[in-house]
Design a protein around this ligand. Structure first.
Ligand code: NAG
Ligand code: NAG
Ligand code: NAG
Ligand code: NAG
Ligand code: NAG
Ligand code: NAG
Ligand code: NAG
Ligand code: NAG
Ligand code: NAG
Ligand code: NAG
Ligand code: NAG
Length: 754
């Protein structure tokens, strides 16, 4: 063996002379070839070696005693057993002794301890890995100090840390559990980065250590966290030490030199000599190790030590199934067999056959041609059929649009250049409601269903879309015209009609979305507590606002727009509980011809104008009657129809009229109303309700008057004490229409000495 040595040296010299550029890298002496590669079961790789001649430096020099590699650590030259070497990660694992302390004599308190207390690598290129190791103390009532030093540039700075584990009281019995090193029976502590020497010092027992079953011993060790798994029995027995035969692995990071890569590269003793090697700074920034570059493996500390990885020889073949792997230095390619191409199917590469071309006999070509021709004809027929179908569908839509007077509406809207009203397509509304999804249903009524929807406007606009069930043939023709009028209705107490969709059989209406439910729900729907909480001021305001909006509708156009279905569930409430009258779109304009009148069925039981039921003629005064019922609801908090009462008491209006006759109206008024409103005010407002509910429409006040009187009462309610001249002037003016209010005015003035 030995005589190979000079020849190799000679060869090396020859290379040196021929290729100066490698010369720099080769200045570092390489290990002679006779160095043992193994000791026991451990691979010994350069820079480690058995004996100084085979290793990079003294720090990497190992002894192989009885097939056991040993490393000398520290000033006292403790011999530490090397378990394995991980060259490319820059780590070695060595055996570490478990330190212990036992109470030998319970009477005198005499302690005995293990003699061995630490490791010292200050003079060596090793650090205790802070990533891999933890300090563990095991036992009941143990306090152990870690006294050590951390490498700083050129010096070693002292540190002192402690780990404490106690067992105290019956609660600790449950706290000591398998796998949980939680400070009871076991303590775990991370160590500082760059630790290069340490000792463990036990303190005496912390408290009278009379834990049941205790073996009176404590253990502590710095070890690989990965190899430690606490068991409940460790706390009170010697199992931890016994099971491990007193030693456990500890991980050391080594460094090939004590400079950073940047500085090390300049130096003659730079250790990363292989082609395709790379220098990596150690985590504490105080040294470096070598690695092979991507696609290479081996030993970067040897010239030509890094060799190409043959990825294709790997068990998983380096490529997805069905692909051909081709290795090249530093990497590999995956390709598909001839006649196939690769395709990236959701991140996984697979091979797919190419579309193949064959040279074919003429007859086959003709056959293909004929078949192809037939196919083309069939397809064109099919596609023209589809086009026709689509056109037919478009025709249907266009017909609906025309039939509903859409063209007129469209032209008018264009002429007005108003973008407050939109003609929606069926698709738009389908999209807005997620295909008229059940989850978007806001409510269902006799007429149809109301959906919540989101239409694309400048920003997403929330709307309520009303989809009616059926529509009378006569109503269809006029629909566009009606929409045109209704689209111009603009009052803060009327739900705004934003648009419509005419290209369907029954047109759909798009309204502003009002979030706070209906007045009906506010009065009757919630719990008694919420209903009681509506102040009289709010009731009066809602009544006034609703009356104003109806008055506005009646005066807006000629012929007047009738609501036709005034009821508390058609009065919506917005964020600030402002009333917004809705559903006037369904009532259309006042009928002009007789036939139309006969077929129109309007209104809701309990609110229906008795005169309308006889004459079938819907007038403004029908709305006034229905409003009177709403007013009663507000004043009494009772439903317009109470079906489980005695027959004569079922209708709220009938009960009210009867109470008025008997002068016992107090009995049916809401307690809240009675407590908040003054007697005069109550008298006024019940009188107004009485007038609204007059059997003959002609005797009922107009909506405008109702609104004005309610407005006056609101003012009076707000400022009953500031009856100055201006206010009274206003009140007198507002109330001047009815004789009752005149007498009231006289009362008011006389009481203030006017
Ligand atoms: C560990 O303990 C054993 C016996 O207890 C001793 O022979 C050995 O030297 C110790 N190891 C070190 C590194 O001190
Ligand atoms: C060396 O390279 C290997 C593979 O690329 C990598 O897993 C390892 O962490 C690297 N070692 C160091 C110390 O960076
Ligand atoms: C532990 O501390 C003592 C001083 O209390 C010091 O002399 C000794 O060197 C320290 N041991 C280590 C390993 O740092
Ligand atoms: C760095 O290593 C060199 C030898 O490789 C040694 O002479 C020097 O003392 C070391 N410096 C420090 C601060 O450890
Ligand atoms: C602890 O538990 C034991 C048995 O379960 C009981 O005898 C003892 O009284 C308990 N001690 C305390 C302080 O609760
Ligand atoms: C802990 O695990 C051991 C087996 O490893 C088992 O015998 C013991 O009952 C377990 N103790 C607890 C408290 O789970
Ligand atoms: C351990 O015991 C030795 C004597 O056996 C003693 O000198 C030393 O101070 C003890 N160390 C600790 C930490 O108790
Ligand atoms: C410790 O506890 C034992 C038994 O529980 C008792 O005999 C002894 O006196 C106690 N020692 C001290 C110092 O409290
Ligand atoms: C190492 O790399 C150099 C160039 O960096 C090259 O000339 C030389 O042939 C390489 N050696 C081997 C064995 O690949
Ligand atoms: C690997 O594949 C890439 C692209 O697929 C190609 O450019 C390159 O030449 C291939 N290299 C080898 C060694 O086949
Ligand atoms: C395949 O596609 C995924 C994304 O779908 C992409 O992340 C991946 O890089 C692609 N792979 C190749 C080899 O192109």
């Amino acid at each position: 063996m030995a005589n190979h040595h000079p020849m190799l040296l000679f060869l090396g010299l020859a290379v040196l002379a021929l290729q100066p550029q490698i010369a720099a890298a080769s200045r570092r002496p390489q290990p002679p070839p006779w160095c043992p590669k193994k000791c026991g079961g451990v691979d010994i790789e350069y820079p480690f070696g058995v004996g100084p001649a085979c290793s990079l430096s003294d720090g990497f020099s190992l002894e192989c005693v009885h097939d056991t590699p040993q490393l000398r650590l520290g000033t006292e030259q403790q011999k530490v057993k090397v378990l394995d070497i991980n060259l490319l990660h820059g780590k070695i694992r060595t055996a570490n002794n478990i330190s212990w302390q036992c109470l030998q004599d319970k009477q005198t308190g005499r302690l005995v301890n293990s003699s061995w207390t630490g490791l010292d690598a200050t003079a060596l290129p090793y650090r205790f890995s802070d990533e891999d190791n933890r300090l563990y103390a095991v036992g009941c009532n143990v306090l152990v100090f870690l006294n050590g030093s951390v490498a700083a540039s050129g010096t070693n700075d002292p540190i002192l840390n402690a780990c404490i584990s106690t067992c105290f009281g019956n609660g600790s019995i449950n706290a000591i559990s398998n796998g949980s090193c939680s400070g009871t029976g076991c303590c775990e502590m991370a160590i500082p980065r760059g630790l290069n020497s340490y000792g463990l010092v036990f303190s005496g027992p912390l408290v009278n250590n009379s834990w049941p079953g205790n073996n009176w011993c404590s253990y502590a060790v710095l070890m690989e966290a990965h190899s430690f798994n606490f068991k409940a029995s460790y706390a009170t027995t010697d199992e931890f030490s016994r099971k491990n035969h007193g030693t456990v692995p500890v991980v050391l990071n080594f460094a090939a030199g004590n400079k950073t890569c940047k500085d090390a590269r300049m130096r003659d003793d730079y250790a990363c000599v292989s082609n395709h090697s790379v220098c990596v700074d150690t985590v504490d920034g105080q040294g470096y190790v070598c690695n092979c570059t991507r696609g290479y493996t081996g030993n970067p500390y040897l010239t030509d030590g890094c060799i190409d990885i043959d990825e294709c020889a790997a068990r998983n073949h380096g490529c997805p199934d069905g692909m051909i792997c081709s290795n090249f230095p530093g990497g590999h390619n995956c390709s598909c067999p001839e006649g196939e191409h690769n395709s990236n199917k959701s991140g996984v590469l697979i091979c797919e056959p190419d579309l193949k071309r064959y040279s074919l006999p003429v007859s086959v070509i003709i056959a293909i041609g004929v078949t192809g021709g037939i196919a083309i004809v069939v397809m064109s027929i099919l596609s023209s059929y589809l086009v026709h179908q689509r056109r037919a569908l478009a025709d249907i839509k266009r017909n609906y649009f025309k039939r509903h007077g859409g063209l007129l509406l469209y032209e008018e809207l264009n002429a007005r250049k108003s973008n407050a009203f939109t003609i929606y397509t069926e698709e738009q509304l389908e999209q807005a409601t997620n295909g008229f999804d059940e989850s978007n249903v806001l409510g269902r009524g006799g007429h149809g269903t109301v959906y919540k929807g989101w239409v694309a406007a400048s920003d997403d606009l929330v709307v309520a879309i009303k989809r009616c069930k059926l529509m009378d043939e006569r109503n269809r023709k006029e629909f566009g015209k009606e929409m045109l009028i209704l689209s111009q209705v603009n009052h803060k107490n009327i739900v705004k009609l934003l648009g419509c969709c005419l290209e369907v059989d029954v047109p759909m209406l798009v309204y502003e979305y009002v979030p706070n439910g209906t007045l009906y729900h506010l009065i009757h729907g919630g719990s008694a507590a919420t209903a009681a909480a509506i102040s009289f001021t709010t009731r009066l305001r809602i009544a006034h606002e609703s009356a104003e909006s109806l008055a506005y509708l009646h005066s807006f156009a000629s012929p007047p727009i009738l609501h036709g279905d005034v009821k508390s569930s058609n009065i919506l409430l917005d964020e600030s509980f402002m009333a917004k009258v809705s559903d006037f779109g369904a009532s259309i304009l006042a009928p002009t011809d007789e036939a139309q009148m006969m077929t129109m069925v309007q209104g809701t039981c309990g609110y229906l104008d008795p005169e309308y039921m006889q004459t079938c003629q819907l007038t403004e005064k029908s709305d006034v009657y229905s409003f009177g019922v709403v007013l009663l609801e507000l004043l009494t908090g009772k439903k317009p129809l109470c079906l489980d009462g005695p027959e004569e008491g079922r209708s709220l209006s009938a009960r009210f009229l009867a109470a008025m006759r008997e002068n016992r109206v107090d009995l049916i008024l809401d307690e809240q109303v009675k407590s908040e409103a003054s007697g005069e005010l109550l008298e006024e407002i019940t009188l107004l309700a009485l007038e609204c509910l007059h059997m003959r429409g002609g005797e009922r006040p107009a909506m405008k008057e109702v609104a004005e009187r309610l407005g006056g009462l609101r003012k009076l309610h707000q400022h009953p004490w500031t009856q100055d001249v201006v206010e009274l002037e206003e009140v007198r003016c507002l109330l001047s229409d009815s004789p009752e209010s005149i007498s009231f005015e006289v009362d008011a003035t006389s009481s203030s000495g006017y």
